[in-house]
Design a protein around this ligand. Structure first.
Ligand code: ADP
Ligand code: MG
Length: 453
């Protein structure tokens, strides 16, 4: 049986959501959700269809995270049981926004699935995502006329869906007459199944083929689903041949997908852009931005402290900041290094601890500056080696903390030589942007190469 405390927490969550959305939205999307069961680690809810589930997850993850148990990625642990009422089929839902919006003179705009927070303005840029963001902006500015298709890939939680929805928002705002549809591949397949069941496939095809922009999230969902792949391929080709814009996201590049060569080839036609893990500075900027959105000030030093603790994707960072803000909200306290240590220790614990060593610094500097490791360790004074060697010393002082003394032994340098190099490079960093970029790149390589403790 559902216990009282769980029902109460659920009621509190509903009250918060009611304040956040319009009465119509609440009526359509939130009130059909029914709490079925709850334990300390997860809750189970009944929803009438996958759209309601998607709506709740894409729009209110943060609120859910404040009230519900979290999994080890800091995301709300919520299980959905889909229970379709007999009188309403999923495909009707697909059609509904069509007819209701057409009466507002805004035909065929299926924007209900766009997350309001996923805009370009809310997207923090850094070296790991600058290129992808520019490509996304290019497509949003001139749909069908720049890169087509645009294929965005990268690991989980790095902002692929965020960018996809940003394109959607931007096009809606700047190109009023364009028919746009943003959908996950899972939804795409569900719709297809429902329309096949209901013998409304022609209507479905007409809908897709009249689109100007198709934004498709998580293409790997199509893997090993041959029939659906074929239907998708037809849709894809019809749109692309008419210069209609397609944007696809994936956690792997096209050639790593278990899809037909034909479809992979089609996806590689346009621009394939990779989004990588954010570097330390970008993580700090994201943490500060997310804290500010929640009404908290996060100092640089605490943000660095959190960012350095091994979070590899933005979703994990967001989970950490949600947890921290929720705690500080309830206890009316500021975010400090101490509170971050206590509240996030569990999350820090779940992330494999990594260690930087002098060897990994040498390897990374050698790769970035195109020199040999043994030259870096030698005493040669050649300029092309001496300068990278100073960078090794700078990074050793910056990153090795306690083992810095040990590192100075293995480099055959005294502590004061290392401090001298550190000072020199630090001063140059104030004025030399190229050097700054190179050091950032070295640190990025280090992040990927750190050895497990
Ligand atoms: P993916 O689709 O790559 O798994 P998401 O787009 O769902 O990742 O991003 C996960 C979370 O991190 C979202 O809440 C998103 O807003 C946030 N996020 C990701 N990248 C950034 C960024 N560069 N700036 C701000 N927020 C970001
Ligand atoms: Mg995604």
């Amino acid at each position: 049986m559902l216990h009282k405390e769980a029902s109460h927490t659920w009621e509190c969550l509903l009250q918060v959501l009611q304040k956040k959305c319009s009465p119509v939205e609440f009526q359509n999307w939130i009130s059909p959700i029914q709490l079925l069961d709850a334990t300390d680690v997860e809750i189970i809810v009944k929803v009438p269809n996958v759209f309601v589930q998607e709506y709740l997850l894409t729009n209110y993850t943060k609120e859910l995270a404040l009230f519900l148990p979290l999994n080890n990625q800091g995301k709300p642990n919520i299980r959905f049981v889909i229970h379709e009422p007999k009188h309403k089929k999923t495909h009707d839902l697909l059609q509904e926004p069509l007819s209701s919006s057409s009466s507002q003179g805004d035909k065929n705009r299926l924007s209900f699935s766009l997350n309001q927070n996923y805009t370009f303005a809310q997207f923090i840029e850094g070296p790991s995502n600058q290129f992808v963001k520019s490509a996304a902006l290019g497509v949003a500015n001139r749909p069908g006329k720049s890169y087509n298709p645009l294929f965005i890939h990268g690991g989980v939680g790095l902002g692929k869906t965020h960018l996809l929805h940003s394109i959607g928002h931007y096009i809606q705002e700047h190109h009023k007459r364009i028919h746009i549809h943003c959908i996950t591949t899972e939804q795409f397949i569900n719709d297809l199944v429902n329309n096949l069941k209901n013998k409304s496939i022609e209507q479905w095809k007409t809908f897709y083929r009249r689109l100007d922009v198709l934004l498709l999230d998580d293409i790997p969902f199509l893997e090993n689903r041959l029939n659906f792949e074929e239907e998708f391929c037809h849709t894809f080709e019809t749109l692309i041949h008419q210069n209609k814009q397609i944007v696809i996201t994936s956690d792997k590049p096209p050639n790593a997908l278990k899809l037909s060569e034909r479809l992979i080839g089609r996806m590689e036609w346009g621009l394939v852009a990779k989004i990588s893990s954010p570097d330390l500075e970008t993580k700090v900027a994201i943490l500060q931005h997310k804290a500010e959105q929640r009404g908290f000030h996060l100092s640089q030093s605490v943000a660095f402290f959190i960012a350095e603790n091994g979070f590899h994707n933005v979703r994990q960072l967001e989970g950490a900041i949600n947890r921290l803000c929720a705690h500080c909200n309830l206890t009316s306290t500021e975010i400090t290094r101490e509170s971050a240590t206590v509240i996030l220790s569990e999350l820090f614990y779940h992330i494999p601890k990594k260690q930087i060593t002098i060897e990994s610094i040498l390897k990374s500097v050698a790769a970035t500056f195109n020199v040999q490791i043994q030259d870096l360790k030698s005493t040669t004074r050649k300029k092309e080696v001496a300068f990278p060697r100073q960078i090794v010393m700078y990074l050793a002082k910056e990153l090795l903390q306690d083992s810095f003394i040990k590192a100075s032994h293995s480099l055959g340098k005294t502590r004061s030589t290392i401090l001298h190099s550190w000072n020199k490079i630090k001063k140059q960093l104030d004025t030399n942007d190229i050097l700054k970029q190179k050091i950032q790149l070295t640190k990025q390589n280090l992040d990927q190469e750190k050895t497990d403790i």
